[in-house]
Design a protein around this ligand. Structure first.
Ligand SMILES: *Cc1c(COP(=O)(O)O)cnc(C)c1O
Length: 357
């Protein structure tokens, strides 16, 4: 039976990227050696990392002043690295969920943190929209897609000339990005790019070096920018896969084309949730619904059928749709790697389930 992977992360990757990586693990670029055992400074891998950085710049239309580097430590490392490098006195944060809260906690180590708004009291079922960002902050921080709660800010936020930093771990490459106000965007690879082990960091070079504190070498973005992401041994395998994923994105027609497909995928799934009497969405403000992580529960009258549906869906080949413990119910993660057919299969499963009870 065909299985569809709806896990939230690590999550589905394209067959193309998986196959190309598998081949390179056996014989990398005709070297007769495995990708896992070659020198990261050899000409074959240098070509991979440089092509990956260039192709990502092209796909996202990243302006000249930015650099693309691959770092270790996951997106979580960026929660401390971002304030280490950018927070001199005060920063503004939008609290939209677990990942934003974790970033807030780390930033407090480095300076004053102004949480401009939070939807915590409503279990993060919407994204706050009415708040002011003080003009004297070093930057404004937000998480564009809240993987756990299924909410997403669909437009790049901006507040005059205040620099913006964003965690785009779970929606990078899902839509075009306007870089005008960003100083830093980061994304752990394991949602829309590669296996875990590398974090994509897109940083505005001219914004670096403004804080007065000393920064340890490995945590200083300048180190990685200056050494073209090769200061120390980078995670070669995830970077190789990242390049394959980027190539696959290019074949799909780039980020604009991917965005259209994503809107279609999310559209048919939310339509089913709204129209099938057995289910309901958890995000209270429909415009905040994520096109990457679709959260839903059984409708109140059918609460006791949750286990039944979980089993029914698993038997139909739907893998990883159990909701996060802080929301419950179900979460279907439909990242870029998920084909329309997978979403259609889930919708059919929901229809069939409703028809049999
Ligand atoms: C998964 C995720 C993280 C954590 O990523 P790690 O690489 O595990 O540190 C952070 N932010 C968001 C939005 C995520 O989805």
């Amino acid at each position: 039976m065909k299985k569809y992977n709806f896990y939230a992360g690590p999550s589905i990757l394209s067959e193309y990227a998986i196959k190309k990586t598998a081949e390179a693990v056996i014989d990398f670029a005709g070297t007769g050696l495995s990708l896992m055992e070659v020198s990261h400074r050899g000409k074959e891998f240098t070509a991979v990392i440089n092509e990956a950085r260039a192709l990502i710049k092209e796909l996202l239309q990243i302006p000249e002043d930015f650099d693309v580097v691959f770092l270790g430590g996951g997106a979580s490392m960026q929660f401390c690295m971002a304030p280490y490098n950018f927070l001199e006195k005060k920063a503004a944060f939008l609290d939209t969920g677990t990942w934003a809260s974790k970033a807030i906690k780390e930033a407090k180590i480095f300076g004053e943190v102004n949480v401009v708004a939070s939807s915590k009291a409503d279990n993060y079922t919407y994204i706050p929209k009415t708040y002011e960002v003080p003009a004297d902050v070093d930057y404004f921080y937000y998480c564009t897609n809240n993987t756990i709660y299924g909410t997403e800010t669909h437009k790049d936020l901006s507040f005059g000339n205040i620099p913006v930093i964003a965690d785009m771990s779970s929606d990078i490459f899902s839509r075009p990005i306007d870089f005008t106000h960003y100083d830093l965007i980061f994304a752990g690879a394991q949602k829309n790019l590669a296996p875990a082990g590398v974090t994509l960091v897109i940083v505005r070079k001219s914004a670096l070096g403004r804080v007065s504190r000393p920064i340890p070498t490995m945590l200083d973005y300048r180190t990685h920018v200056d050494k073209e992401s090769m200061f120390n041994t980078p995670p070669v395998l995830p970077i190789f896969t990242a390049l394959q994923t980027a190539k696959w994105y290019q074949q799909l027609g780039g980020v604009e084309a991917i965005y259209k497909i994503n809107m279609e995928k999310a559209g048919i799934l939310y339509d089913e949730i709204d129209n099938n009497r057995m289910f309901k969405g958890t995000v209270t403000c429909k415009e905040d619904r994520s096109i990457m992580n679709v959260c839903f529960v059984m409708a109140d009258e059918y609460k006791d059928l949750e286990e039944d549906f979980a089993k029914f869906a698993a038997e139909a080949g739907m893998v990883g749709i159990k909701g996060h413990r802080s929301v419950g119910g179900f979460r279907a993660s439909i990242y870029n790697g998920m084909p329309l057919a997978g979403v259609q299969a889930l919708v059919d499963t929901m229809k069939k389930f409703a028809a049999t009870r």
